[in-house]
Design a protein around this ligand. Structure first.
Ligand code: NCD
Length: 341
């Protein structure tokens, strides 16, 4: 599906990374920084007081759903939710477009996750209020890519680097991982970025993304496993997306194929390499793609990355609802004890 590049997100749907103009990207990153005092409960923001968000999640989610809800609430808005296909009228045969027409009469913004590729864009056609894609099948997960970009900026700065000349390794189920698909699209905005894709051939990065990199002139390497040391600045590990396989047996075949623990990390990567993962990490012993012995390393960024999700989603809501410039004029004190880090 082709998307129009937007110079402003005000009133728009956020369905794909392809919609983002470089200026919009910069604006989102800058706004996300201004949201930190609210996320840390140093002060409150009430700019969305009276606004309603519908959080429609038709596929499992914990952090994306809660962080969308937290982000909207931290701007002063209220959140209404529905989770799972079974509890929604989609199970009665309602079309996505009909549901969107109804929902957009109730609320001011909608965040949605759905198992089918293109479903959120289809839904958005029936919505008069902004729709944010919280993940559509194995297609895209634009808000995750944006929080990943924000995390890259901050984590690289910690080790004295920047996105210029970034070399990123993406490892795991690159075929089905929508976070990887959106992140690759997004990093095309940075001409010098180099990619190394590490996966079994059956889970390789889709050809259409390789084509996009060929068109934009980005350098990339493809590896079928961890065989030689890699000079990447960041390693972005992903989970085998078992829900996208034809059978669980097929998924089991790849489970645990690419693990990272302290020993393999130090064997194949420079000790300063930033470790990222969109989460959830599959910690079952047969998978264990990111072992807990890595938790001791300060360059394991996964929890900071997840916390950045609230900042970036606050920024996205502030922009699509047109309040990014006035948010700081609507502040209030925090009256309760809080211990955020
Ligand atoms: C990811 C997703 O849902 O695509 N999770 C998330 O939103 N952080 C990755 C995954 O489920 O493996």
């Amino acid at each position: 599906m082709s998307h129009t590049v937007l110079s402003s997100l005000a009133g728009a749907h956020l369905l794909s990374i392809e919609q983002l103009h470089p200026d919009t990207l910069q604006a989102l990153l800058a706004t996300a920084d201004t949201m930190r005092p609210y996320a840390l409960r140093q002060k409150r923001c009430t700019v969305l007081q009276g606004a309603l968000l519908a959080n429609l999640f038709f596929e499992p989610s914990t952090r994306t759903r809660v962080s969308f809800g937290a982000a909207f609430s931290l701007l002063g808005g209220q959140v209404l939710e529905t989770t799972g296909m079974g509890s929604s009228a989609l199970s009665k045969g309602e079309s996505l477009k009909d549901m969107a027409q109804v929902m957009s009469g109730y609320v001011d913004a909608i965040a949605m996750r759905h198992p089918e590729d293109g479903s959120v864009a289809q839904f958005a056609q029936g919505s008069s209020v902004p729709v944010i894609n919280g993940g559509d099948g194995s297609n895209e997960h634009p808000t995750q890519a944006l929080l990943d970009l924000y995390t890259l900026h901050h984590e690289l700065a910690r080790v004295g680097k920047s996105l210029d000349k970034l070399h990123i390794g993406l490892m795991g189920d690159l075929k089905h991982g929508r976070t990887v698909h959106s992140l690759v699209r997004l990093l095309r905005h940075y001409p010098q970025v180099r990619f190394t894709f590490i996966s079994p051939p059956e889970l390789a990065i889709p050809h259409y993304l390789i084509e996009l990199l060929n068109q934009s002139g980005h350098a990339y390497t493809i590896e079928q496993g961890l065989n030689t040391p890699l000079d990447v600045d960041v390693i972005y590990q992903t989970r085998v997306q078992e829900e996208r396989f034809a059978s669980i047996d097929e998924a089991n075949h790849f489970r645990g194929a690419l693990r990272l623990h302290q020993q393999s990390f130090f064997q194949y990567f420079d000790p300063t390499t930033v470790i990222m993962h969109p989460l959830p990490r599959d910690s079952r012993s047969d998978a264990n793609e990111l072992a807990t012995d890595l938790d001791e390393l300060s360059n394991l960024a996964i929890f900071r990355q997840a916390h950045n999700g609230v900042l970036m989603r606050m920024a996205i809501f502030a922009h699509v609802l047109g309040v990014a410039d006035i948010a700081t004029q609507h502040e209030a004190p925090v009256l309760w004890y809080s211990n955020k880090i």
